[in-house]
Design a protein around this ligand. Structure first.
Ligand code: GDP
Length: 294
């Protein structure tokens, strides 16, 4: 977001690191909004993680996300923010939703158990935005991005999502001349991936082009199996070993491809293909491994 905003000439950004401003602490959030009086809030802050972290830390995922979004949305409204963009996730939809997933499938069935704690918090955030719009006329919109990846991602093998995890595993196996790389699960689940620079562009577009209650999916429009993703990474990294699938690890949702027709109707389309995005992310990882979150 910061890269995208600066590239389009936005200089007056109010940025705070987690160390400077703990969004789970209401008093700190209140003081920040009263002192700085931001005009617009882009709400990407959250406790996020892949299938292992979500499953292993249910309390932290539901607690931190409820607190962060409660504090920010309420303080933004009370301090005159003119527009707030809340980011959710494709995991808010029912585990077995028809595919591609339309926005209206929200709350039509049970969630995927490995990430329901995070999903429930994000659903509460969406409802909070909608309720503040209805009762107070607060201009909050909610966007649901699909699985994201790109430079600056979390490459920690326990807490990351699949794409950065496999980039790291394959790269390290190549460097160490190991014969195999282990991929969690059966390799058959399907996932859709969107580059973060595309998401940042979509957020900026919708900030100006959209102001209504319904949520909007932000996705690429096509998905791949985890096996296809792993093979793509193997080919980009030019790794000569083999993939092994560890079916003792959870698969999670069988598929979560977003229907992006509402987004297309609002005039936005993604540009960075998965092959192109993996190439540039792999280059970033190789040259920034000192500062990458490992
Ligand atoms: P999800 O989309 O919420 O399920 O989150 P993930 O990105 O963590 O996982 C997506 C799929 O990739 C699941 O089926 C995982 O089992 C699979 N997967 C394969 N290898 C890995 C890995 O090394 N890390 C993670 N996080 N997932 C992996």
């Amino acid at each position: 977001m910061v890269r995208r905003l600066k590239a389009s000439g936005h200089e007056n950004l109010l940025l705070r690191s987690r160390e400077e401003l703990d969004l789970t602490e209401q008093s700190q959030v209140r003081r920040f909004f009263e002192a700085e009086r931001p005009d617009v809030v882009l709400m990407a802050a959250a406790r996020v993680g892949g299938i292992y972290a979500n499953n292993a830390q249910p309390a932290q995922f539901i607690r931190d996300n409820l607190l962060v979004q409660d504090n920010v949305i309420d303080c933004a409204y009370r301090n005159g923010v003119t527009k707030l963009v809340f980011l959710g996730s494709s995991c808010i939809y029912p585990k077995l939703a028809p595919q591609p997933i339309k926005e209206e499938y929200l709350l039509t069935g049970p969630l995927e158990p490995t990430n329901e704690w995070y999903a429930i918090a994000k659903i509460a955030g969406i409802k909070m935005c909608q309720a503040f719009r209805r009762e107070f006329g607060f201009k909050a919109i909610s966007l649901m991005p699909t699985n994201l990846y790109g430079p600056g991602d979390n490459f920690d093998l326990q807490s990351s999502h699949v794409l950065p995890a496999l980039i790291r595993r394959v790269h390290e196996a190549k460097i160490r001349a190991e014969a195999t790389v282990t991929v969690w699960g059966t390799g058959t689940p399907r996932r859709e991936f969107l580059h973060v620079d595309d998401l940042a562009d979509a957020i900026l577009h919708l900030l100006y082009a959209y102001d209504d209650e319904p949520i909007v999916n932000v996705g690429w429009g096509e998905d791949v199996t985890i096996r296809e993703l792993a093979e793509l990474i193997v080919s980009v990294a030019d790794y000569e070993g083999h993939l092994i699938f560890d079916s003792s690890k959870p698969d999670g949702s069988p598929r979560k491809l977003l229907d992006t027709s509402r987004l297309a109707g609002l005039g936005w389309h993604p540009k960075i293909s998965l092959a192109q995005g993996i190439k540039s992310t792999y280059e970033w990882f190789k040259t920034h491994s000192a500062e990458a979150r490992l």
